[in-house]
Design a protein around this ligand. Structure first.
Ligand code: DX5
Ligand code: ZN
Length: 228
């Protein structure tokens, strides 16, 4: 099976973040957004150190994999020591693993990218709003995807930060056509078109998708993708 991030066609992908799903009814909530047109599930892992919040671990990822064998799971590690957790998440069914440049620096980021790719997963590098593009430019070729955060990592429901858009341009003009550019934080139907116009082709959204009732989700997902 090809990997969703690296296989054609290269259409914008909508990635609901399960952070705002109903954790007590997670499989049904996730199956619902996939049936409503979402392309994959974005899984936000927080350790209470790199970010001031705690979310979920590999066990939850494994349960999700059992419930949804065909779902593409995009794991976003907001943790201080990503290398410690890669194997556990890949064993739990992650198709893709992204970690943050702020916790590794460039040399270790390149090493960890190769380690992750050897597991069979694709690999992404995330950059927080206060980190300049220059922090990642030297290692862009090592990654299948670059994730530009448009809120400070830690919580869903924050306001989109348009000040990161110049950084997106700086990064996007240096990517190969096969590399994906993901944006995460504060994205909704009002902000999606500017995000896509800046070259982002994976749009993460928690509140905009799970914050509306089930009947409204197909329209939101279609609007995020620019399919409407
Ligand atoms: C924030 C997470 C995001 C978050 C997005 O630290 O990485 O994925 O869940 O939430 P919204 O879409 O509500 O900004
Ligand atoms: Zn995320």
């Amino acid at each position: 099976m090809g990997n969703l991030f690296t296989s054609p066609p290269r259409l914008p992908l909508v990635a609901p973040s399960i952070l705002s799903a109903d954790f007590a009814d997670l499989a049904a909530d996730c199956r619902g957004v996939l049936d409503a047109g979402a392309d994959l599930l974005h899984v936000d892992i927080m350790d209470g150190h790199f970010v001031p919040n705690l979310t979920m671990g590999p066990a939850l990822c494994a349960s999700l994999r059992r419930a949804l064998p065909d779902a593409f799971l995009d794991v976003h590690l907001m943790v201080e020591h990503p290398a410690k957790f890669v194997d556990a998440f890949v064993r739990a069914g992650a198709n893709h693993v992204t970690f943050h440049i702020e916790v590794t620096g460039e040399a270790a980021a390149a090493d960890l990218a190769r380690t992750i790719r050897r597991t069979g997963a694709t690999v992404g590098l995330a950059i927080s709003p206060d980190t300049p593009a220059s922090a990642v430019l030297g290692v862009l070729p090592e990654f299948d995807l670059i994730l530009v955060m448009s809120v400070r990592p830690g919580f869903s429901g924050q306001r989109f930060m348009p000040e990161v858009l110049p950084k997106v341009r700086e990064i996007s003009e240096r990517l190969r056509p096969s590399q994906r550019l993901e944006m995460d934080g504060g994205i909704g139907v009002e902000t999606a078109s500017i995000v896509r116009e800046h070259g982002c082709d994976v749009l993460v959204a928690a509140t905009a998708v799970f914050g509306v009732d089930v009947a409204g989700r197909p329209a939101v997902i279609g609007a995020l993708a620019g399919r409407l």
